[in-house]
Design a protein around this ligand. Structure first.
Ligand SMILES: Nc1ncnc2c1ncn2[C@@H]1O[C@H](COP(=O)(O)OP(=O)(O)O)[C@@H](O)[C@H]1O
Ligand SMILES: [Mg+2]
Length: 324
């Protein structure tokens, strides 16, 4: 199947006066794709998203949506809609008016606005809330309305900037699942921003891992987890042990990719069991080697055969090697 390009970001550069910003940004997003920019605070995620939405002039580079250049279009002329971390609903308007506002501007007929807002409320599980003021809603409910309002504009691309980070963990998980469902149902193209790697992995078709204004890797969650392109990605995504190898190399191995055997001399590395924590269906077992502590995740069956202070050998079923 030939995928259709929806968004193209080509050699984007934006530097603020103090020298911070982003450069060499190249991202393609396909129609119906959910792409997430992931990285720590300050790495430039919001800068790219705002450039996409038209809220920011860029220094260099091109942004195309459906092959149309966007650079000189203001936000309202772009086929995008943005959802922010803070819900940004108009506090003096009831939910219905918050939702209807953009449609009135588009001169949609009143009956049609009613139909569309009802559909949107249903989509985000907020039927019956149209007469409430934003302050009468919880954070999660307000963010549902903000998402509904964005979707009502029928954007070609939906942009979301850390939309769930102000919500508590349980609601956040629930909202993730709902967003994923809505995205699949509408087959809408989404560019999402988060600093939470679990959120990125759970939601996205592809993840753009960023560090200090640059892209480190673009790939599916599995590619990024299994084959981190750089040491930075290896340390940012999931749990990883870093072990000094020969010739100024570093070996990166995940706790679940370590195989242990009893006795201290059969594998390439050996050490002694320093702690065993049973965590439900698996165990976290730390091994002290000559130089460091290595974390392993073992099945209960394997963990039950060892005790603290046992000598063990380690081998790695999978590893990545990085050069200094
Ligand atoms: N308006 C601005 N003026 C100056 N520096 C800014 C401005 N906006 C963001 N920055 C800086 O640019 C860098 C990237 O910011 P941002 O894109 O907001 O990162 P993120 O969203 O990943 O946290 C940060 O170092 C931030 O301090
Ligand atoms: Mg940000």
């Amino acid at each position: 199947m030939q995928q259709k390009l929806k968004v193209q970001i080509k050699n984007l550069k934006k530097k603020y006066k103090n020298g911070d910003g982003v450069e060499n940004i190249n991202i393609d997003v396909y129609e119906g794709e959910f792409v997430t920019m992931l990285g720590p605070s300050g790495c430039g995620k919001t800068t790219i998203l705002r450039a996409l939405g038209g809220f920011l002039d860029v220094d260099e580079g091109d942004i195309l949506i459906d092959n149309r250049p966007m650079n000189h279009l203001p936000p309202e002329k772009r086929p995008t809609a943005m959802v922010f971390q803070s819900y940004n609903l108009w506090p003096h308007m009831i939910v219905y008016d918050n939702l209807a506002f953009g449609l009135k501007l588009k001169k949609m007929a009143k009956e049609q606005i009613q139909i569309e807002t009802q559909k949107a409320l249903k989509l985000v599980n907020m039927e019956g809330y149209e007469k409430k003021y934003p302050t009468q809603l919880s954070g999660g409910q307000q963010q549902r309305i903000a998402i509904a309002r964005a979707l009502l504009l029928k954007p070609s691309v939906l942009l979301l900037d850390e939309p769930f980070s102000a919500l508590d963990a349980k609601i956040r998980n629930q909202m993730r699942e709902e967003l994923k469902k809505i995205q699949e149902e509408l087959n809408i193209t989404v560019v999402f921003v988060t600093h939470d790697q679990k959120e990125a992995m759970a939601l996205s078709h592809r993840v753009v891992v960023m560090n200090k204004g640059k892209i480190e890797q673009i790939g599916t969650p599995t590619e990024i987890y299994d084959y981190p392109a750089t040491r930075y990605v290896a340390s940012f995504i999931g749990e990883m042990n870093f072990i000094d190898g020969n010739d100024r190399t570093t070996i990166a191995v995940r706790p679940e990719d370590i195989v242990i055997t009893k006795g201290g001399s059969t594998g390439e590395w050996n050490g002694c069991v320093s702690s065993i924590m049973i965590l439900g269906h698996y165990a976290e077992v730390n091994i002290r080697t000559k130089d460091q502590i290595i974390k392993t995740y073992l099945t209960r069956a394997v963990a039950d055969t060892i005790r603290v202070k046992d000598e063990v050998s380690l081998s790695f079923s999978k590893q990545c090697v990085y050069r200094a």
